[in-house]
Design a protein around this ligand. Structure first.
Ligand code: GLN
Length: 533
């Protein structure tokens, strides 16, 4: 694969247009034609990674197998392409500057003034080309975060300009814009798109393909007008109109031959077959499902579903494979109390308790868990959710009313969840949790084993605290079993109450490992239990 092709995806007009979905969908189409594709995201903020950003700022933090905390778009890339991403797939301005400054301190630029051009742009280009140089990919799609015209994204766009010059016919640029409908005038407006393309052109980049985000399908004349004003071929003006599910976007783009146009523009053969059979089967299942499965997701970011993006998508995938619609209710853990818990949870087929950090909303999680445990509602606890399962059990079954995690109360005599040994002397917050994929050995007769159908699994982690194994014996004698253990460290990864229909908590995050064609076994098993409730 000496001739890896590079596709840049930029965005204009407004943010939140779904650039990540368009990049992932284009990647899907190229992959469905038999090509090897990877997608990376360049984020223009100064943080080294999004691990230190709260979900209000940035939605979910997605974790790669090799332990990088990344942008949630990487979750889309994996769910669409069904291949893992890595550290190399998400680079921020902060990391670029850090690398350049480290080199400067080492003396790599001795005698030279270190500047944005060429030193920062060289480092950006090195990162853009890195995945292509591994020889593993026919296509590297690079999504540039932010909106054209932002101060922050200037060095990235400048790097794209230089690379287009250097790579010549081996690269192309897709620009995503927004075409608003003005209800009062009953008209769609292309002016913002024209301005956005102008802004890109001013920075020296001419897009080859435009993707217009719009609520409704646009008349042909609109695409003609945009093509004319923006120096883009008319058939290369693609629409991405609103569809009920993000998983329909590849089909929308395929209908307009976006994959063929990309291949043509890159001088590649277009006679390969586009095979979306499994993908379309999934969409069919989604469209033809009539009955639903009702899941309550208890967390403190109930007003912000992006905080739980991968969990929501994993639930949707599993429900779809069980031919059900997903009826997902986000339940605010801060507003859940003893008085309303029955109203909120009794109707649910399953309850899932979300990951998280800190004290806020934690008491609501305990109340939810006590209710679902005592009423035998299928319940899934993830990371902090699993830790809450342990604490609730210690308080209400073992009788340790002061049991807690030392994250919430450092003085409790019953530290059933405690800081991991290697975390005790850490002073740096960024990138220092237990991160990435670790082995977990499952007990043969457990629900987890039945779900995975094998005893050794790898799932991804993001935490500092762990189940305190001093209490293991007491938990097991009283009905909560540790059914998944890390074979190297002995850390507890899975707890279950075997006497209940499905009551299972994982220290790891199975939601980071669930894709459209390969749903996660634990989510499959949880949804099955919920349906059978
Ligand atoms: N706050 C907990 C810990 O650090 C759980 C983290 C999480 O839910 N991702 O261990």
């Amino acid at each position: 694969m000496a001739n890896t092709k590079y596709i840049f995806v930029t965005g204009g007009v407004v943010s939140s247009l779904g650039k990540g979905i368009v990049a992932a969908s284009l990647g899907k189409l190229l992959q469905a034609r038999g090509y090897k594709v990877t997608i990376q995201k360049l984020d223009p903020y100064i943080n080294i990674d999004p691990g230190t950003l709260n979900p209000y700022e940035h939605g979910e933090c997605y974790v790669t197998e090799d332990g990088r905390e990344t942008d949630l778009d990487l979750g889309h890339y994996e769910r669409f392409l069904n291949i893992p991403t890595s550290k190399a797939n998400n680079i921020t301005t902060g990391r670029i500057y850090q690398n350049v400054i480290n080199k400067e301190r080492k003396g790599d630029f001795l005698g030279k003034t270190v500047q944005i051009v060429p030193h920062i742009t060289d480092e950006i280009k090195r990162n853009i080309l890195f995945l292509g140089k591994t020889g593993r990919y026919d296509f590297v799609i690079t999504e540039i975060g932010g909106t054209v015209g932002d101060i922050e994204s200037l060095p990235f766009i400048e790097s794209v300009r230089q690379l287009r010059w250097e790579l010549g016919k081996h690269c192309l640029c897709v620009h995503l814009t927004y075409v608003p409908y003005i209800a009062a005038a009953k008209e769609v407006k292309t002016k913002p798109t024209q301005h956005s393309v102008k802004a890109l052109q001013e920075q020296g980049v001419q897009p080859n393909i435009l993707v217009l985000r719009t609520e409704k399908e646009l008349p042909k004349a609109i695409c003609h007008k945009v093509a004319l004003f923006c120096n883009v071929d008319e058939d290369a003006v693609i629409q991405s109109y609103d569809v009920p599910s993000i998983y329909e976007v590849p089909v929308v783009l395929a209908k307009q031959n976006m994959d063929t146009i990309v291949l043509q523009k890159l001088g590649m053969p277009t006679d390969t077959q586009l095979d979306l059979t499994r993908w379309k089967k999934f969409l069919d299942n989604m469209k033809t499902a009539t009955e639903s499965v009702k899941i309550g997701l208890v967390g403190k970011y109930a007003e912000l579903p992006d905080a739980y993006k991968s969990i929501c998508e994993s639930l949707l995938q599993a429900a779809t494979y069980h031919h059900r619609k997903l009826d997902l209710r986000l339940i605010h853990s801060e507003k859940l109390n003893e008085k309303n818990v029955a109203d909120l949870l009794s109707e649910m087929d399953g309850v899932i308790v979300a990951p998280g950090f800190g004290q806020r909303g934690i008491e609501g999680k305990f109340i939810a868990l006590q209710y679902s445990r005592e009423h035998d509602i299928p319940t899934f606890g993830i990371c902090l959710g699993m830790q809450c399962m342990v604490i609730e059990f210690a308080r209400n079954v073992l009788g340790y009313t002061d049991a807690n995690s030392t994250e919430m109360d450092n003085t409790t005599p019953h530290k059933v969840i405690d800081l991991m040994e290697e975390q005790k002397n850490l002073t740096v917050m960024g990138g220092s949790m237990r991160l990435g994929a670790y082995d977990c050995r499952l007990e043969k007769d457990s629900k987890a084993y039945q779900a995975y159908k094998r005893d050794l699994v790898q799932e991804r982690h993001r935490h500092r605290y762990e189940f305190n194994s001093e209490y293991k014996q007491q938990f097991e004698t009283n009905g909560m079993h540790c059914t998944g253990i890390n074979p190297e460290t002995g850390l507890t990864e899975v707890v279950e109450i075997p006497a209940l229909k499905w009551y299972l908590g994982t220290q790891f995050h199975p939601e980071y490992n669930s894709t459209v064609v390969n749903p996660n076994p634990l989510f499959m098993s949880f949804i099955e239990a919920a349906i059978n409730k």
